[in-house]
Design a protein around this ligand. Structure first.
Ligand SMILES: Nc1ncnc2c1ncn2[C@@H]1O[C@H](COP(=O)(O)OP(=O)(O)O)[C@@H](O)[C@H]1O
Ligand SMILES: [Mg+2]
Length: 313
């Protein structure tokens, strides 16, 4: 087994990177896959979201962060801590196993008998506000050494990396360990511009990675709702057309990989604006079910695209 390592990236904030990272982690874990989420964004929203979702509060996170057991610890003193911790309990240092109980999606359950709740485990390397001060060029080597020493590629089916909204050392570090990337985006004027900037950066990065890094696709997030059958409100149409033209005519060539929109897209919903947006939420599945089903469809697409790329090798 060798993990599929997926960076979730866009140089814009608020486009759904964290939403995709966390929900994809939940859906893959719901399928009994071994999942590790690495929160490399100094805003550490994935960490906040998942600790809250699984434990209802951030107490455990505070404890870990006080002991330096976040990604900052990994970058600071990976060597000594790694060896010590491996010896005492066999656990991998800096990785917290979150045990969550998630509601089954009724419309996806095989039988009516199926349990209404399912226990899943999501492993996370928690993020940290202090990440910003610590990063230099040796970080990629440290992360690489950490993956190697702890056999992470054999340990997991999927490793997801929630990236910061900037192109800098942190994103470079994430991509240096990734095989794939997913780009969540809105459909507006700035998003299309943002993706062309991202394409240029990826082009440069890919040269040094010799084409190892493949696009899984672009996922449209937080769209205006519409009655239109194709789900695209009038306000988004031109931007969608322009973006897709850009992907086909320019970006594919730049990044040496087909950058296709996913069929599944996510519309804006007020319910999610004010709370952490895990779409499998126990207390209100009736209002979330549609989104939970969509996230499951999205997960199917991700798995299928990974399969196609891996088979073509
Ligand atoms: N379907 C939705 N409709 C509206 N807001 C959403 C939806 N899903 C998630 N959100 C909210 O959108 C905000 C931005 O998303 P987020 O994933 O944090 O973006 P990023 O990580 O790219 O900065 C979050 O506060 C999240 O709670
Ligand atoms: Mg985020």
């Amino acid at each position: 087994m060798s993990a599929n390592v997926i960076s979730i990236l866009n140089m814009k904030g608020g486009v759904g990177k964290t939403t995709i990272s966390c929900n994809l982690a939940v859906e893959l874990a719901a399928r009994d896959k071994k999942v590790l989420l690495i929160d490399i964004d100094p805003q550490f929203n994935s960490t906040q979201t998942l600790f809250k979702y699984c434990y209802n509060n951030l107490d455990r996170y505070k404890e870990l962060s006080e002991k330096g057991r976040t990604i900052v610890g990994l970058f600071r003193n990976e060597d000594e801590v790694a060896e010590k911790t491996m010896l005492d309990n066999g656990k991998i240092p800096y990785i917290e196993a979150l045990n969550c109980s998630i509601p089954e999606i009724p419309s996806l359950a095989d039988t009516r008998e199926s349990a209404r709740k399912k226990k899943i485990k999501i492993n996370i390397i928690p993020g940290d506000l202090h990440l910003i001060v610590d990063i230099n060029a040796s970080a990629a080597d440290k992360l690489g050494a950490y993956f190697f020493k702890n056999h992470l590629m054999n340990e997991y089916d999927y490793i997801l990396i929630d990236c910061p909204p900037t192109w800098g050392q942190l994103t470079t570090v994430a991509l240096s360990k990734s095989n794939f990337y997913i780009i969540p985006t809105n459909l507006d004027e700035f998003s299309t511009m943002g993706i062309s900037i991202l394409a240029n950066q990826l082009e440069e990065k890919n040269n040094s990675l010799q084409g190892k890094l493949k696009s899984l696709g672009v996922v449209y997030m937080f769209l205006n709702s519409t009655r239109a059958g194709n789900g695209i409100a009038v306000a988004h149409r031109k931007f969608k057309e322009d973006l897709e033209k850009y992907l086909k005519s320019k970006m594919d060539e730049k990044v040496k990989s087909e950058v296709k929109p996913f069929n599944t897209m996510f519309h804006k919903k007020n319910y999610f604006v004010t709370r952490s947006a895990i779409y499998r939420t126990s207390n209100a599945l009736s209002s979330n079910e549609d989104y939970a089903v969509k996230m499951s469809d999205f997960t199917d697409e991700v798995i299928e695209r990974i399969g196609e790329i891996n088979n073509a090798k």
